[in-house]
Design a protein around this ligand. Structure first.
Ligand code: AMP
Length: 583
């Protein structure tokens, strides 16, 4: 059949666009990386410019007028005239904008998305995103992309082009009463514009239609299907280590169906897929019995170190492995063999914070991105003070910890992020930081402030005392005020555990000991019997998956989800209590 002329012309334009982008994208990415590196050399100056630009941009908004931004001359002046803030400072203004659409109350340009933050430590927040805020994130992403082109450095970059398997799903958008889109940070990110479609085509094995699937199991299954069809895959990427782990678990559970689909050139007929997406994807598939056989022969050998066996060109995985994600990284190692995992960046809905410029460093550290916001830092000793001092980015001391404060381009000023980091060095004028914990997830009866990291390491030590081979699937904690003396409860799900022969006393004692070693205030409180020995409770298999689904009913999305390490919601605690199999 002869194609109409207009279709041929459109295909030709698409072809030109695609090939232009292919040449342009690496240039844009390496420009962003160079620009970011330059920023780090002039970080002090860049920070002053960023603040100046923000104040100039917002000076005529209702908020800017009320703080007289037009008259602020310097960072010191700004600090004197504007208080430190938390979300509560903005809640009523943001609610008004959500209802009225009148963004000029707070910002000079339209709000393109209200990012609903995970809210795992409290009420859901709506963080305004503007075009300018989004483009600061883009610069960080492009720099990361340039960096990974030749990663890992010790290997000669292969002749083949990089092609990645993404674990991502569409985040359906809701709307505020006045019609402003509302959703998680990633929801606005994957728009089906011509530019994005072509970027996806260039970078990933997945067709663009896959990024429209919102059900994460269906989306991940299809990403796997198209990824498995690509024998020369060079990387796997996702926001978080938990996303990659979920993807690989789907691979382990569904490999037979995937192999069958590849052999027949189909998508599992039982997979719950929108018919139009199924049809679009189906047109791209054809039977590939040869690839199916190669894969089958590897899968039947088991899943230990499976990734380099099915994708011999695979060079690395890219996902965040720090903070809450540390636990999942351990579990990923079973699948990855010796492949490196690059924990690429550190960002929040409020602002991009850092990029990992030294992927080989263990533990990962992030260089603060000075273009992304105006940053201040509260020394950890002053976090609870009524009027804490703040330091600028070039004044951090190596080895010291701080809470991050951001002034962003989208209406947040001197905003306490609640994240506590440690300065571990400098990259030019910019601090390199390790993520320590979120303020809201500290266990704290009497100023002992036991962090998530301390609990995770103590729990790992405790599990070693069980004398069983089981692996930690997930965990959370709560503070038990009903017991005398007060105590922490640690809920843990452990694989392949024989609960009837388990002795939890040794485990509990070890946890107690490990926390005491890491935290002096805790040790003293324990010696004085002001708090009791932490109680460990083992949960049924699948409890944390169910907990996640319960949390996701009210807030957040699969892609952004971070398991809360401190549960405050009594209904969720009651749910876990019903799942206990040993305590
Ligand atoms: P959200 O605004 O919902 O995207 O969540 C942002 C929060 O995720 C940050 O404030 C951190 O607490 C956490 N986070 C983001 N990136 C990292 C990272 N690289 N390491 C540890 N925690 C991170």
């Amino acid at each position: 059949m002869v194609q109409p002329m207009s279709k041929i012309i459109n295909q030709f334009i698409d072809w030109i666009f695609f090939n232009l982008l292919k040449q342009l994208l690496p240039i844009l990415s390496s420009r962003s990386l160079n620009s970011l590196q330059k920023d780090t050399q002039n970080a002090v100056q860049v920070q002053q410019q960023v603040l100046k630009r923000i104040l100039k941009l917002q000076k005529n908004t209702e908020y800017g007028k009320s703080y007289n931004f037009a008259m602020i001359q310097s960072a010191d002046d700004f600090r004197n005239k504007h208080p430190l803030t938390t979300y509560e400072h903005y809640r009523s203004i943001i609610d008004e904008i959500a209802n009225s659409r009148d963004y000029t109350k707070l910002v000079a340009e339209p709000i393109i998305l209200f990012q609903e933050t995970a809210g795992t430590t409290g009420q859901t927040k709506l963080i305004p995103r503007t075009k300018r805020l989004f483009s600061t994130n883009q610069k960080a992403f492009q720099a990361i992309s340039a960096l990974t082109e030749s990663y890992p450095w010790q290997q000669k970059p292969p002749q083949t082009e990089s092609i990645g398997l993404p674990f991502a799903n569409a985040q359906p958008l809701k709307q505020t009463p006045s019609g402003i889109p509302k959703g998680t940070g990633t929801s606005g990110g994957i728009k089906q514009s011509k530019f994005t479609r072509n970027v996806i085509r260039l970078k990933f094995s997945s067709p663009t239609a896959l990024f429209l699937i919102s059900d994460y199991t269906a989306a991940y299954y299809c990403h796997l299907l198209f990824g498995l069809l690509e024998p020369n895959l060079t990387y796997i990427s996702a926001n978080f280590a938990s996303n990659v782990l979920q993807g690989l678990q789907i691979l382990e559970q569904s490999w037979q169906q995937l192999v069958n689909d590849i052999e027949l050139g189909q998508i599992d007929p039982d997979l719950d897929l929108d018919p139009s997406i199924r049809e679009e994807l189906q047109q791209l598939l054809e039977p590939n019995p040869e690839r199916a056989k190669t894969l089958y022969l590897e899968f039947v050998k088991g899943f230990e170190g499976i990734l380099p066996r099915i994708w011999p060109q695979l060079r690395y995985l890219q996902c965040i492995t720090t903070g809450t994600m540390q636990l999942y990284q351990e579990r990923l190692k079973g699948y990855t063999g010796n492949l490196p995992i690059y924990s690429h960046g550190y960002g929040a809905s409020e602002a991009w914070i850092g990029v990992n410029l030294d992927p080989e460093r263990d533990p990962p550290a992030y260089v603060i991105t000075p273009h992304a916001a105006f940053f201040e830092f509260i020394p950890v000793s002053e976090i609870d003070s009524d009027s804490p001092t703040t330091l600028e980015l070039s004044s951090l001391s190596i080895g010291e910890s701080y809470e991050i404060v951001v002034t962003n381009v989208a209406g947040l000023y001197r905003y306490r992020l609640g994240d506590v980091i440690k300065c571990v060095g400098y990259y030019n004028q910019c601090p390199m930081i390790e993520f320590l914990y979120r303020q809201g997830s500290l266990l704290n009866f009497e100023y002992e402030k036991v962090s998530e990291k301390t609990i995770f390491l103590a729990l790992t030590d405790g599990i070693n005392m069980l004398g069983q081979p089981g692996k930690l699937i997930d965990y959370t904690t709560t503070m038990d005020f009903s017991y005398r003396p007060w105590r922490y409860i640690i809920y843990a799900e452990i694989s392949q555990i024989q609960e009837d022969v388990i002795n939890l006393n040794a485990c509990q004692n070890q946890i107690d000991q490990s926390i005491s070693n890491a935290n002096e205030t805790y040790r003293k409180l324990r010696e004085a019997n002001a708090i009791g020995i932490p109680e460990i409770k083992l949960l049924k298999t699948g409890s944390f998956e169910q907990l996640k689904q319960r949390i996701l009913q009210n807030q957040s999305s699969e892609a952004q989800f971070k398991m809360p390490r401190l549960l405050k919601d009594s209904n969720l605690v009651a749910f876990l209590e019903n799942q206990v199999i040993a305590s």
